[in-house]
Design a binder for this molecule. Structure first.
Ligand code: SAH
Length: 353
């Protein structure tokens, strides 16, 4: 395969700086299609890879909503970006105990990861995007660390006004530069007067996915859990980052060789789904949500069953729930279709602001 850095350099040399979103999209498409990035030997680790308890709580949640919705016979389990299939495996093992055995549909761009998913779910159906999911049954959709990998667009305040943040070249090096076209109208009114250097980040791709999820929940029924690192309420500033071998590296160096992500804007994600007709159950911190689902009890039971692993179970519990680890930065957004009940862990339905 042609080296991605070289082809991006040629593109920029020919046509000038490219939007950050295009740089990020190209880099991640290359990155995910050429490796399995997860786990100790990879670049990053995700909640389901830390402990089976994470997927089990998701399984309890979807089974509970499904039962209270009247246990519809045909139901679709849909997971965008399933990684190694670990979350689906743990969740659906638990769900089956409650009688929930859905059709499994994965949305995955990477051939390498599709192979890993097929080993766990030979009977699954794969999709390039959400548009080809079945539309004749309710959907239980779960996405963990999917939205953060989608390309973002950044606008930067310059002395001349707001401009798109682009990627240009300084010699051989990729560098952020500001574009030539005025972009003031794309910036929310409240932020327009910000000081030079301010950055506003949006993810049209994440918005499109959330809109599709909202529309499907409204039309087909079902429920969704969107889990990721992110913020609520909205905030300014760049969250563009790169992880390689579990360390932060410069995202403008070696595109396609590190995992490029941005934090998820949870308020916008929820609102986009809501506009399409889904009901927002709420946005919870991952730690509080897992505890509300009974993860402390599950951890105690696992430790009793295998005392030699009690320390590992305790460490995983801490990592997934503690506020200074994944408990607060990671958030859970719950969505429901019409006539579908609220799921556990979100408290009384709260309006999205
Ligand atoms: N959910 C898994 C993996 C997270 S990594 C876990 O929690 O362990 C991100 C996942 O999203 C990978 O499976 C990656 O291949 C997939 N992905 C990233 N960008 C994508 C895109 N544009 N279309 C489809 N899948 C994508």
């Amino acid at each position: 395969m042609a080296d991605l850095s070289d082809s991006l350099r040629r593109l920029i040399a020919m046509q000038g700086p490219i939007p950050l979103a295009l740089y990020m999209a190209q880099a991640n498409a290359h990155y995910y299609s050429t490796r399995d990035p997860l786990g100790a030997g990879g670049d990053f680790i995700t909640a389901p890879e830390i402990s089976q308890m994470f997927g089990e709580m998701v399984g309890v949640w979807i089974a509970d909503v499904w039962r209270r919705a009247g246990s519809p016979a045909r139901v679709i389990y849909a997971e965008p970006g399933p990684g190694r299939g670990t979350l689906a495996r743990d969740a659906l093992r638990v769900a089956a105990r409650f009688g929930l055995v859905p059709e499994v549909h994965f949305i995955e761009g990477s051939p390498e990861l599709r192979r890993a998913q097929a080993a766990a779910f030979p009977q699954a159906v794969w999709h390039e995007d959400l548009s080809t999911l079945p539309d004749d049954a309710p959907i239980l959709l779960v996405a963990n660390e999917f939205l953060d990998a989608l390309p973002v667009r950044q606008l930067v305040k310059t002395p001349q006004g707001w401009r798109e943040r682009m990627v240009g070249l300084d010699g051989d090096r990729f560098v952020p530069v500001s574009g030539g076209l005025p972009m003031d109208s794309a910036v929310p009114q409240a932020w327009r007067e910000a000081e030079a250097g301010a950055i506003v980040e949006t993810s049209p791709a994440a918005g499109a996915v959330m809109g599709e999820i909202g529309a499907r929940l409204a039309a087909q029924g079902g429920a969704a859990l969107i889990i990721d690192y992110g913020y609520a309420p909205r905030q300014m500033g760049s969250t563009f980052q790169a992880l390689r071998a579990h360390a932060h590296v410069d995202p403008f160096k070696a595109p396609g060789e590190a995992d490029l992500t941005c934090l998820v804007d949870f308020v916008t994600a929820a609102q986009v789904a809501q506009v399409q007709g889904a009901r927002v159950m709420g946005i919870a911190g991952q730690g509080g949500w897992l505890m509300a689902l009974g993860m402390a009890e599950r951890a105690a039971a696992l430790a009793r069953a295998a005392p030699d692993q009690a320390k590992e179970v305790e460490a995983a519990y801490h990592r997934l729930t503690a506020p200074d680890h994944m408990g607060v930065l990671f958030k859970v957004l719950g969505l429901a279709g019409r006539e579908w009940p609220d799921g556990a862990g979100f408290g009384p339905a709260a309006p999205v602001s």
